[in-house]
Design a protein around this ligand. Structure first.
Ligand SMILES: NC(=O)c1ccc[n+]([C@@H]2O[C@H](COP(=O)([O-])OP(=O)(O)OC[C@H]3O[C@@H](n4cnc5c(N)ncnc54)[C@H](O)[C@@H]3O)[C@@H](O)[C@H]2O)c1
Length: 266
C-alpha cells in the first residue's frame, strides 16, 4: 500500500485527490494538511463518512509525516505555501507530487535545490492531464514547421484562480521557445501602443467555472492553425496526480525531479 498525504486537503483539487486515493486499491490516505477546517474529519469533508483522519495544520507537517510514515505527499496549494511544504517534505525524506502553480523562478530554483539535496523523488507538473501533455507534443511539432508565424497563447480559467497566466500557458511558451534557434520574448497581454514584433503574447481570461482552456494560435499570411485543449473536469488532473504518485513509488525510479512526460513516457 502506498501511504499518501495531501497538502491543500480542503481545496478543490485536494478533496478530489483524497476521493481518488480512498477509492484506489493500492493506496491509503494517511494525512491531510490545510489552514482551513483544522481538526475536522477528512471523511466528512470529502463525503462518505468519518475516517478518523483529521485535517492537520501545516505547522505540524514534519511531525505528522513522521507519525503516519507517509510515502508520498501530494501538494495542491499556493506557491508561497508550497515552497515551505516542499522544504519540510525534503527534510522528512518524503517523496512529492506537486501540482501547485505560480512559483517565481527563484522559488522554483529553491524547490529544485531542496529536492536535489535531500535525494528524494518528486514529480512537479503545472498540468497533470494526459491530454495537455499530448497537446504540448503537438505544439512542439507545429513550432518546428511554423516558427516564422505569429504565435499567441490564450488561456481561460475560473474566477477563483489566483495566479496568472496559468502554469500551463507558461509551459506552452517555454515548449515553443525550446524548439527555436532564437528564443522569442514572452509578453503578458497588450495595452496602448503595442506593435507586434517577434514576441509570444500570453492572454489570461478569468470567469465563471471554466476548468481550464488553452489555445495556441500560429498565424501566418492567409491562414492560421489553432491547437486547443479544454479540461471539462478537474478529475483529469486528479487522476494524473494519482498516477504520478503511483509511478514515483516504484522502487526502480531513482531520486530526482521528474515531469509528467516521464510519468506518461511521452
Ligand atoms: N497541476 C495541475 O494539474 C493543476 C490542476 C488544477 C489546479 N492546479 C493548481 O493547484 C493549486 C490549488 O488549486 P485549487 O483549485 O485546488 O485551489 P483551492 O484554493 O481550492 O485550494 C487550495 C487549498 O490550499 C490550502 N492551503 C493554503 N495554504 C496552505 C498551507 N500552507 N498548507 C496546506 N494547505 C494550504 C487552502 O486553504 C485551500 O484549501 C493552484 O496552484 C492551481 O493552479 C494545478
Amino acid at each position: 500500500m502506498i501511504r499518501v498525504a495531501v497538502s491543500g486537503a480542503c481545496g478543490r483539487m485536494g478533496t478530489l485527490i483524497e476521493q481518488n486515493v480512498l477509492s484506489a486499491d493500492d493506496m491509503e490516505l494517511v494525512a491531510g494538511f490545510d489552514l482551513a477546517r483544522v481538526g475536522e474529519d477528512i471523511g466528512n469533508i470529502v463525503g462518505g463518512g468519518a475516517l478518523g483522519i483529521n485535517v492537520t495544520h501545516p505547522d505540524n507537517l514534519s511531525t505528522e509525516l513522521k507519525r503516519t510514515r507517509t510515502d508520498v505527499l501530494i501538494d495542491f496549494t499556493i506557491a508561497d505555501a508550497a515552497v515551505k511544504t516542499i522544504e519540510t517534505a525534503c527534510k522528512s525524506k518524503v517523496n512529492l507530487v506537486v501540482g501547485t502553480t505560480g512559483f517565481t523562478p527563484k522559488q522554483q530554483q529553491q524547490n529544485e535545490e531542496n529536492i536535489k539535496k535531500s535525494k528524494i523523488k518528486a514529480v512537479i507538473a503545472p498540468n497533470f492531464s494526459t491530454g495537455v501533455n499530448v497537446f504540448l507534443k503537438l505544439i512542439e511539432e507545429a513550432t518546428k514547421h511554423l516558427h516564422n508565424y505569429d504565435i499567441e497563447i490564450i488561456e481561460a480559467h475560473h474566477n477563483q484562480k489566483r495566479d496568472a497566466p496559468s502554469g500551463t500557458a507558461i509551459k506552452a511558451a517555454e515548449t515553443i521557445n525550446q524548439q527555436l534557434k532564437e528564443e522569442k520574448p514572452i509578453i503578458y497581454g497588450r495595452h496602448g501602443l503595442a506593435p507586434r514584433r517577434s514576441e509570444i503574447a500570453i492572454h489570461a481570461v478569468r470567469g465563471g467555472d471554466i476548468v481550464g482552456d488553452h489555445t495556441i494560435i500560429f498565424a501566418g499570411n492567409g491562414e492560421r492553425i489553432e491547437i486547443k485543449h479544454q479540461a471539462h473536469s478537474r478529475q483529469t488532473f486528479a487522476a494524473g496526480a494519482i498516477n504520478a504518485a503511483r509511478w514515483i513509488s516504484r522502487e526502480e525510479i531513482p531520486p530526482g525531479i521528474y515531469g509528467i512526460k516521464d510519468v506518461l513516457n511521452l
